[in-house]
Design a protein around this ligand. Sequence first.
Ligand code: NAP
Length: 283
Amino acid sequence: MMKQVNFNGTTLPAIGIGTWHMGDSPQTYTQEKATILYGLQHGATVIDTAEMYGEGNAEKLVGDVLQNFDRSKVFLISKFYPQNATKDKMKQALNRSLKRLKTDYLDLYLLHWRGPVPLAETVAGLVELQKAGKIRYWGVSNFDTADLKELYAQPQGDQVFANEDLYNLANRGIEYDLLPWQRRHQLPLIAYAPIDQGDSRGQKLTKNSTIQQIAQAHQVTPMQILLAWTIQAKDIMAIPQTSNVDHMKQNILVGGIDLSNQEMQQIDSQFSAPVFKQPLQMI
Ligand SMILES: NC(=O)c1ccc[n+]([C@@H]2O[C@H](COP(=O)([O-])OP(=O)(O)OC[C@H]3O[C@@H](n4cnc5c(N)ncnc54)[C@H](OP(=O)(O)O)[C@@H]3O)[C@@H](O)[C@H]2O)c1
């Protein structure tokens, strides 16, 4: 059974589908399509994409997958470049994204990261798109606490649906002040790179003996424990990316893993929580 999160009244799966680096190669296209479709069919009904990913290739792939699945059952997220954050450019960028995605609306549209356009203009543009029915909700990505404070000071800035930030066992900095601030303001977190890009930095997470022991106890892989840890708080959604159906199956099964308090403490002893403010990490 897929774990669910409640994002201010909207129930969504705790595990969605990331799409960065997908849709670029004809050799892997069919496999990638099948992997995303498997995820949708088994409860991972949130898809995270962006105009940036392969300059539209990931959105095109998602658009192809959506031909084989009921669009209304998918919570579709895309993002626009900061240089497209003006009212006019945002509208054009959205139209291009919708065309590639072969749909007429997004569930959530995110400012990918902060750029030169004043937040007030970006929010006003997003609210217009929302009123026109082209996006259901809008949000931000790669925002730190100070950015969110500034956002909330703008007219309608507090209508933001979610903030999408880097969060995984190797990058716990947001636990110090950003995550508590978001919780106080009921602003949900979408965790990107929730397994540290496949534990790409020398497998420091999956080779850790505590992680391996916990994985063994649950009869799952160390990677599944990393993902289970990211969503253990019950109010965070993670959007792992995979092009492999077996990995997608494993990621979905993570919804059934509950880490005990003792296991969480054991993990803390290896990868400690932050004790001072750290600048937001981004990739
Ligand atoms: N808003 C932003 O600025 C931002 C930035 C970065 C990412 N994102 C979003 O977040 C998504 C996830 O982040 P990410 O793609 O950077 O990293 P990630 O999800 O942490 O890791 C992806 C890597 O993990 C591997 N993997 C996935 N499941 C696995 C499993 N069960 N066992 C073993 N390996 C597994 C994948 O390879 P296989 O294909 O071999 O499974 C892939 O190489 C992105 O795709 C994107 O949608 C957003």
